[in-house]
Ligand binder design. Structure first.
Ligand code: DGL
Length: 257
């Protein structure tokens, strides 16, 4: 079975990386809509259009299940797309519930401006009584850094340091990575946050949900990953090497909590 993973850019690769650990023997298509990244600073209508185009492309390539590996696209578009397409569409949302269940104290939710303003997150916070316990922090520059593959160094460190400097972390038990691009920065975040503050992401939860939603999981004889950048299949050796290096970085980030 072909499973399509979609994101505005490299962030969703962190969710595919998790799937490759938990369900290695499948045929994956990964679609990065780099022609339109960043989504987090766009309008709802634009995000719906780009997400719909990307998913419809993946379905035309034979995908029988889709993972929207992007919190922003989930927030703007997933309900509409679930009504439109008759296949399992699994999606992301900031793992605030998990963070509050597993860690005492408040949680700092980092995401794109769109996700933080969207009704979807506010409805979730209301449902889990998290309004008082969650503080919302937009970090749009991390999407841009990630797309430039600038994951460490002074500029990144100073940006994160400045953004988090206003919080009294003695009140907090966790930081939620509510944007898939932020997984690339776990090492810098770990260095800057006090040790008692856990870093929580939703990748494992999403992949477990995918597993539950698939009708049957036959091991494919020829497991594979095919990459597309906004509809163009990636065949260029340098770009394929880039994806490989990103997966290696994600190996190093996965265990950081
Ligand atoms: N990776 C996306 C997310 O999880 C959004 C990044 C962007 O395009 O702004 O929200």
């Amino acid at each position: 079975m072909k499973i399509g993973f979609f994101d505005s850019g490299f962030g969703g690769l962190s969710v595919l990386h998790e799937a490759l650990q938990l369900m290695p023997d499948q045929q994956y298509l990964f679609f990065a809509d780099q022609a339109h990244v960043p989504y987090g600073e766009k309008t709802k209508e634009e995000i719906i259009r780009y997400t719909d185009d990307s998913i419809s492309f993946l379905i035309k390539q034979g995908c029988e299940a889709i993972v929207v590996a992007c919190n922003t696209a989930t927030s703007a578009a997933v309900e509409i797309l679930r009504r439109k397409y008759d296949i399992p569409i699994v999606s992301m949302e900031p793992a605030v519930k998990k963070a509050l269940e597993e860690h005492e104290g408040k949680c700092l939710v980092m995401a794109t401006p769109y996700t933080l303003q969207g009704d979807k997150l506010h409805n979730l916070l209301q449902r889990i009584d998290g309004m008082e316990l969650a503080t919302l922090l937009p970090m749009p520059m991390l999407v841009r850094f990630a797309e430039n593959r600038q994951f460490t160094g002074e500029e990144v460190t100073e940006y994160i340091r400045k953004q988090i400097s206003v919080y009294d972390f003695s009140e907090y038990g966790s930081v939620v990575l509510g944007c898939t691009h932020f997984n690339y920065f776990k090492d810098t975040l770990r260095n800057l946050l006090p040790p008692h503050v856990a870093i929580v992401d939703g990748n494992e939860g999403t992949v477990r949900q995918l597993k539950r939603r698939l009708p049957e999981q036959k091991e494919e004889e020829h497991p594979s990953v095919t990459y597309y950048i906004s509809g163009d299949k990636v065949t260029d050796a340098t770009m394929l090497k880039t994806f490989e290096q990103l997966l290696i970085r994600l190996d190093d980030m996965r265990e950081i909590r």
